[in-house]
Each structure stands twice: as structure tokens, then as C-alpha cells.
Design a protein around this ligand. Structure first.
Ligand code: KG4
Ligand code: ZN
Length: 347
């Protein structure tokens, strides 16, 4: 089964061809450099860039996979969550292509796509397991009871973890996106240089909050000279990163224990973070947990994860019609109980 998967939920224009739910044949990601000068994604600019980049990305994905459009079994596309204008470009493009070619259309929830990146990365990963979905837009702990059946254990109450990385990098004026920059800088820094707050909220709960940490850094920076910030950049970055990683690791391991599962998937852009991978692997080994993280190219937004989730849904009978609309605030839990047959019975 060959599936073309498309994601335009944020600032990556992504198209990929995947065989079944397991094999990536191509994975084209056109990043939109235009947002760098603003230090964050500008939704209107992102939509326009998708419009220019999407068809070439689809052509390259088909070419790299040596796949004739006629050979596709279905086309999967993200309907949400994400930026409304951006989702709209992806969905309308895919609707037109699907209609013109007479191919079935399958709508995919972007977060479920991040979960299926784990399926692509590790064929042995099988539910039940805990998924920590950490990206620029989301920080969620999910109990994956089965593929397609999700129990949300906790969300962020304010900033997503990746958003915190991006905002702190902006405060430190070290570039965008902040995650990779802070990750690199931190390798030369002392994570114990500053003791920033770790926000656990209810210690037995699985909710996150990162805005207090961001404000603590803002306060710290406002009391320092430019020269001191410049001198200590790597230490400040490493101390911030450690505070984020501590909470992510503690809560994920606690969630696995509470749910009685023996595997954790870390996925989403922040799952590229080298310190998070290192610390999660250490803690996993101590606690007898298998820790799975996809390669970076499958962690950040990509079309292959959408194609994999789409392949699963298509195989289970999901077909969407032209009435499928974008859902910028789509929730993973809404998939539970929404039948796959005959289209998406989503609220
Ligand atoms: O999954 P993604 O591509 O897009 C969303 O769905 O949001 O994630 C992008 C986020 C950005 O906030 C970026 O700073 C963060 O992932 N990120 C990282 C790293 N690489 C990307 N955060 C920490 N460390 C990294 N190495
Ligand atoms: Zn994402």
C-alpha cells in the first residue's frame, strides 16, 4: 500500500511517500526560512509560502519514491491541529488532487502523526506505551492504549516546551528556532550554573507549565549586563535546558509507572534535543523502560508521519469526503470513538 502524506500545519511544507505504516520511501521537507527574521512563525507568511512550496514538494516526494501518481492507494493530509490558513492550503490542495485523480482522501490528526513517527522509527513499538509529544505547539503526555485509541494524561497549561525554547532564545538573542541553538550551545555549558525553577504543579499529575521558567530567565537576564550574558551564554542555555528536561523526564517516567507500561516514545521537534534523549535513556535504563525516539527528521514536522497514520486509518476503512474541513484546535482524544468507516465522524 502506497500513501502520499502531506503536512502544512505550521511552517514546514512537507510531503512524503510511505509504504504501509512502516517504510519511508521519500520525505521532503521545505523549511520556510522567512520566519527567522521575526523570531517566530508569522501565520500569514507561512500560508503564502505553503502555496508556493507545496506542489513542488509533492512532485519531489513522488519522484524520489519512484512512484507514479497512479500507483498511490490514498492521499493523507493533516486537518488539524495547526494554523488555520496553513491547514487550509494543504487540505484544499489535497482535495483537488484527490478529486482530479480519483484517489481516496484520508484526514489525519497532526498529533496522531507524531505518534506514528514512533511506528515508522521502530517496528517493535507496540501499544500500550506512553508518548511524550513535545513540539513548538504541544506538550502532551498520552497513554497510547492502542493505535488510534488515546488517553490524554496531561497537557501544558501555558507554553509548549518548544515554545519555551524559542522564546528563551529570543530573549537571549541567539536565533530561531531556539531549540537547536540552545541544544548546541548547551554542550559547552554547565547545567548547574543557575538553579532555575522546575514547575511540577501537582507532583502526582501530568500537567506541564513552562511560563514561570521563561519569566525566571527574563528576570535573570534583565539583571545582567550584555557582557555578562555574552560570557555566560552557554551556561545560561544549559541551565534552562536542564530545567525543561528534568520535568519532561520525571513526568514521563512517572506516567509510565502509573499506567503500568514498559515503553516511552518521545516525539515532536523537542524530541531532537540531545540532552533530553540522553537523560531519558539513562532514566529508562534505571527504571527498566524502553525509550524510543525517532530520528530527528521524523521528530520535527514531516509528511512521512502523516502518511503512516493515514495508512493505518485507510487500512481500517477511513475515507474522507470533500466536506472534510480544517480543525485548527483538533484534539487527539476526539479520535476515540470517532468511527473510521465512511469518513470522519469528528465533532
Ligand atoms: O514538531 P515541530 O517541528 O513543530 C510543531 O509541531 O510545533 O517542532 C518544532 C519545535 C520548535 O519549537 C523547535 O525549537 C523545537 O521543536 N526543537 C528543539 C530541537 N529541535 C527542534 N527543541 C529542543 N532541542 C532541539 N534540538
Ligand atoms: Zn508537530
Amino acid at each position: 500500500m502506497l500513501i502520499l502524506g502531506i503536512d502544512t500545519s505550521c511552517d514546514e511544507t512537507a510531503a512524503a511517500v510511505v509504504r504501509d505504516e512502516t517504510t519511508v520511501l521519500s520525505n521532503v521537507i521545505s523549511s520556510q526560512g522567512i520566519h527567522v527574521e521575526y523570531g517566530g512563525v508569522v501565520p500569514e507568511l507561512a500560508s503564502r509560502a505553503h502555496l508556493a512550496l507545496l506542489l513542488p514538494a509533492i512532485e519531489s516526494a513522488l519522484q524520489q519514491a519512484s512512484c507514479e501518481p497512479d500507483g498511490l492507494d490514498a492521499i493523507a493530509v493533516t486537518y488539524g491541529p495547526g494554523l488555520a490558513g496553513c491547514l487550509l492550503i494543504g487540505l484544499s490542495t489535497v482535495k483537488s488532487i484527490a478529486m482530479a485523480m480519483g484517489k481516496p482522501l484520508v484526514g489525519v490528526n497532526h498529533i496522531e502523526g507524531h505518534v506514528f513517527a514512533g511506528r515508522l522509527a521502530d517496528g517493535e513499538l507496540a501499544p500500550p506505551f506512553i508518548a511524550l509529544v513535545v513540539s513548538g505547539g504541544h506538550t502532551q503526555l498520552v497513554l497510547v492504549e492502542d493505535w488510534g485509541r488515546y488517553r490524554i494524561l496531561g497537557n501544558t497549561r501555558d507554553d509548549a516546551a518548544g515554545e519555551a525554547f524559542d522564546k528563551v532564545a529570543r530573549l537571549m538573542r541567539i536565533g530561531y528556532p531556539g531549540g537547536p541553538v540552545i541544544d548546541r550551545l548547551s554542550r559547552d555549558g554547565d547545567p548547574g550554573f543557575l538553579d532555575f525553577p522546575r514547575t511540577y504543579l501537582d507532583p502526582d499529575g501530568f500537567e506541564f507549565s513552562f511560563s514561570g521558567l521563561k519569566n525566571a530567565i527574563r528576570m535573570y537576564l534583565s539583571g545582567q549586563t550584555e557582557a555578562a550574558i555574552d560570557r555566560d551564554r552557554a551556561h545560561i542555555a544549559a541551565s534552562f535546558q536542564e530545567a525543561v528536561v528534568d520535568v519532561l523526564v520525571d513526568k514521563s517516567v512517572a506516567a509510565a509507572a502509573a499506567a503500568g507500561v514498559d515503553a516511552i516514545l518521545i516525539t515532536g521537534g523537542v524530541a531532537c534535543n540531545s540532552r533530553l534523549r540522553e537523560r531519558m535513556t539513562e532514566r529508562g535504563a534505571e527504571s527498566g523502560l524502553r525509550v524510543v525516539y525517532p530520528p530527528p527528521i521524523l521528530c520535527t514536522d514531516n509528511g512521512a508521519m502523516i502518511a503512516a497514520a493515514g495508512a493505518y486509518r485507510f487500512r481500517n476503512g477511513q475515507r474522507d469526503g470533500l466536506s472534510l474541513s480544517v480543525q485548527p484546535r483538533a484534539r487527539l482524544a476526539d479520535l476515540n470513538g470517532a468511527g473510521m468507516n465512511g469518513g470522519t465522524a469528528r465533532p
